[in-house]
Design a protein around this ligand. Sequence first.
Ligand code: SF4
Length: 64
Amino acid sequence: MKVSLDQDLCYGSHDCVHRVPSVFTLVDGLGAVIPGREDTGDDPQVRAAAEECPSQAITIAISE
Ligand code: SF4
């Protein structure tokens, strides 16, 4: 499953980065998925980060 992050929705709370620093990072103060780490949507911590993102900017989708 692929994880993606919409920076247009993100307001930079940093929650996802604190929870899963191996997958999320900050770019210009906003959350971002580290390149090459998009295929981690089945990680329970990544799923929790998506569910608890205060702006619902993180999406997990079935890989094509
Ligand atoms: S938890 Fe959500 S709002 Fe906060 S930095 Fe991550 S994507 Fe942005």
